[in-house]
Design a protein around this ligand. Structure first.
Ligand SMILES: Nc1ncnc2c1ncn2[C@@H]1O[C@H](COP(=O)(O)OP(=O)(O)OP(=O)(O)O)[C@@H](O)[C@H]1O
Length: 226
């Protein structure tokens, strides 16, 4: 067992029950879905079909411009009425921001403070996470000095470190070169499986979907599930 993992029991599926989200105009997402513990389900569809909006709804971040209804079940509980921070879902937005006032290590340690006790254990978790994203030794760096792909990897690592009960990942590999993409896919999918995390992956990349080895849900241009 690594520093970043906990003794968690295998989880129940994440279930979406009659989720309906009204997008602009007549567009509507309407779906029910069960994602098993450790399963990675890929969501694909054209730009504007509502992939990010669906993740935002599940994570509890639906912008006020949208109407959404339906239930989200996690660990056997209905979390639909809980605020985002009480859902304990790890969500990686399409253009994630790092905290500019914290170092790379500080950004990674942010989600750890309660989950991992003690300075030494937190430092070890941060170093381990940096190694996993091929960025060993970057803990003292200012996030502003990182490339886009490096920032994306740090944001992904921060999400994984936050002790989530499920993962929602919006284009997590899009800024990475081919080699890193392969490496990070393996890391993320392995982590989801070993920790029993139900995971939704939004991507435009068929190779990401194949590597996820799970079901693929395709949203049509009008948001309907195709
Ligand atoms: N904050 C917002 N306010 C109003 N409309 C929005 C907002 N964000 C997105 N939209 C609209 O909602 C629809 C769905 O957008 P969304 O970002 O979920 O699509 P997507 O499938 O993730 O697209 P992409 O592949 O380009 O990221 C689009 O028509 C978009 O213009």
């Amino acid at each position: 067992m690594t520093n970043t993992q906990t003794n968690r029991m295998p989880q129940e599926p994440m279930m979406l029950e009659e989720v309906k989200i009204r997008l602009a105009g007549d567009c509507l997402i309407h779906l029910s879905l069960s994602v098993a513990a450790g399963e990675v389900v890929t969501i694909m569809g054209p730009s504007g079909s509502g992939k990010s909006t669906l993740l935002a709804y599940i994570g509890g971040f639906l912008p006020p411009a949208f109407e959404g209804e339906g239930r989200v079940w996690l660990d056997g509980k209905d979390v639909s009425s809980l605020s985002a921070e009480r859902r304990h879902i790890g969500i990686l937005f399409q253009d994630p921001l790092l905290f500019p006032h914290l170092s790379v290590g500080g950004n990674l340690a942010f989600g750890l403070t309660r989950a991992v006790k003690g300075r030494a254990a937190r430092k070890a978790s941060v170093c381990e996470a940096l190694e996993a994203i091929n960025m060993a030794g970057f803990e003292g760096r200012d996030p502003e000095t990182l490339s886009g792909g490096q920032k994306a990897r740090v944001a992904l690592a921060r999400t994984l470190l936050s002790q989530p009960r499920a993962l929602l990942l919006d284009e997590p590999f899009s800024k990475l070169d081919a080699d890193l993409r392969v490496r990070m896919r393996h890391h993320v999918f392995e982590r989801a499986r070993s920790e029993g995390l139900p995971t939704l992956l939004v991507t435009h990349d068929e190779e990401d979907a194949r590597a996820a080895q799970g079901r693929i849900i395709r949203l049509a241009p009008n948001g309907m599930v195709g």
